[in-house]
Design a protein around this ligand. Sequence first.
Ligand code: NAP
Length: 353
Amino acid sequence: MSLNQRKRRVGILGATGTVGQRLIHMLREHPYFEVSALAASDRSEGRLYADACQWKLPYEMPEAVRTMPIFPCKPPLDCDVVIASLPSDIAIEAEAAFAAAGFPVISNSSAYRMAADVPLLVPEINPHHLDLIPVQQRERGYQKGYMITNPNCTTVGLVMALAPLQQRFGLEAVMMTSMQAISGAGFPGVASMDIIDNVIPFISGEEEKVEVEPQKILGRLSGERIEDAPFKVSAQCNRVPVQDGHLESVRVKLATPATIDELKAAFREFTGLPQELQLPTAPVHPIIVREEKDRPQPRLDRDVEKGMATVIGRIGKDPIFDFKFTLISHNTIRGAAGAAVLNAELLVAKGLL
Ligand code: NAP
């Protein structure tokens, strides 16, 4: 069967939220998928989507979802696959319940990201980690269902930049300071009184996630487990008054010497399976290098390649580490909804969906 012959029916958990809205927008005319079921909290349950959802995207709500009813986040749902964007304390029970009930679950939350038997997937980097699925099914007693996850929205941009460096030169140490958009906190998120004219140097749990997720993503699958990549990451995360797009200042220590031109070539030439397979949501160029001395910037660079690329600039030598650079990644697209859709496309291409 060709990929396009039958559309897979998607159920969205957390459909009314910031990421859920992005998912609905990204899936509105998708060649492989159609939205068939919506679920959210008991505040929304039983209402029509248009009544329950405070739609915040600068596009019209797709007609097809307006009159869809909202179900509780409990199986079964009328769908072939579940994409979940729930608070992680809710996700932990809901996602496992759907997987146990036979549904493939693609998760945006942190609930299962670091579980040894759950792929933490970035399709350009570690598609082979999908080989954990049969291990997970055996260990958790799932018949048909399984769970895969995508990284934290700050980790994604960082790890896209680290992957080509690790492949070509090896990595010894990474320092990252983030300036993160308010949409990363969901809706209503950070109070306007807290964020206007301000920077908040604390995002609960964020630094801890960014300090461990890259090593799993860049880890080697050895038998039935992932051996984490051996470098350390130090992260400091700040919330800034930007609507969308996480900016990150990064310093790296490499295992072997490199020049600035070699670093830029490694970034520019980076490509992976989604590009080879021409998956619909894959950016043609996963990394864009900018030469201007004042780029990347959130407003100018977050939407390049429909929000799926990582834009890197300000690449230079570092007197303490080896190199420093600045990157931007769109947090609700590449960092959440777009990551989940790309993961789903890869599952279809691999015959897992
Ligand atoms: P959000 O805007 O606060 O939306 C949360 C969604 O979860 C809503 O649909 C909400 O439904 C539902 N929900 C809340 N409590 C629930 C409960 N007790 N039972 C069932 N459903 C419940 O949050 P978000 O920004 O979309 O984030 C969702 C997940 O994605 C989180 O785990 C977050 O960490 C992760 N994530 C977010 C981003 C980002 O940039 N925002 C990036 C990466 C990952 P109601 O409308 O009915 O309350």
